[in-house]
Structure formats: structure tokens, C-alpha cells
Write a new protein. Sequence first.
Length: 239
Amino acid sequence: MTAASIHQRLGDVAGVVVSAADRAGRVTSGSSTALAARLSRVQVTTGPGPRLAALERGETVYVPDLASDDRWGAYGPKVAALGAASSISVPVVAHDGATAVFEVYAGRTDGFDEDQRRAAAVVAHELVSSYTLALDVGRQAVDLDDLHAAIERRRHLDLALGILMQRAQVSKATATALLRTQSQQRDVPLLTAAAQVIASIPGTTGQDTTARFRSRAPLPPPRRAQPADVDDRLRSEGP
């Protein structure tokens, strides 16, 4: 829901500003009128104001007479001089915390009737649903990205282990131990050691995790090998 659509819902007001914080704490805002945009900038430059108060308290802050209100220092007189006589700041509380707030300005003192206040409460309730859905969708997208990354890491490791198993004719458990040993000896992460193993195959790079190796003939059954025998095979056939 935009500042313009809220303005339309509330009717005769001087302007609406909607401000929202993302997961990184960045704040974005939109204004329904040029006056509302100027009023929003005043609050940013002067510091604390009804917007921040509404966010911190999680409750609506109504200022019937901005010109005479001294709760936030010079803020009230400054916005009054620009043409805002009164304001109402409504937080949008989702997931146990205020994630957005919309501010409505009127050009006259005590400029909001009961219908407008009720409409503001309804808008806040609707925005809660919208922001909650947006947060859930964003969180699910992050979870899917994490899952995809985990699958790629697993495939990378499995490919390296398959190369070691074929090269040294050992079991997966032994190949895993060998890869961990290489990681420790070279002082590199396990995934880096896996990339080095993959890169040792002619025509590939450490980033090559395609299925080209899966088309090879089935691996022979693993045999039990002595550590010294495995080390000799690895030294003779590559890193």
C-alpha cells in the first residue's frame, strides 16, 4: 500500500508519508505530496520526532497542534511553518516489532475527525498483513538460497570424494579422511581442498561440478588399503 493510496483512503489531508525498514535496517519512505516529502525531510534532519516515537513505542502518536508541541524540540514549529498544523503517526507492528510507520499531516489544528482516525487504524491493520507476508516471502527466499548453496557444496564435496575413491581405490570413508588431511596439511578450507582435487583432473577447474564424471564406468569395489599405500598412490597420480 503506497502513501498515495493511504492519502486517498483518508480523504482531506495535507499529505501522507510511509516509512519502512528492511532486514538490514535501511529505511525507505514514500510521500503522497510534495509537502509531505518536505515534512519527512525535516524529521530526518532534526532527529527524534513522532515517527521515531511511534516506531519505538509501537503505538499511534497524535499531535493535535504541531506549532505548540515541544516534545521533539524544534521539529513541531518547523513543520508547522511549512504548513502542517497537526499529525498522526501510526506504526505497523508485525512479528513482535514495528517495521513501518505511516504519518498523516493535516493543514489545520486538530485536523482529523473520528472517521479518519478509524480509517487510519484499518489501514494499519491491512498493512500488518502485507508486511508480514512480505517478510515471510523474503525469509523463505533466503532459506531457499541457503538450501541451494548447501546442495552445491555437497555436490562439490561428493565429486571430489568420487575422484579420490577412483584414484586411490578406497572407500568413501577413507576418501573423506584423505580430503580432510589434505585440507589440514595445506591449511585451506575443506571446500578449497575439494576444488583442488577436482582441478587436478585434465580439462576441469575447481568450479566444475557438472555431471561429466558420472558417465564413467562404475567404480570397482573398494578395497582396504594401508595408509602408506594410499599416500604412495596419491603422490604418483597427482595432488
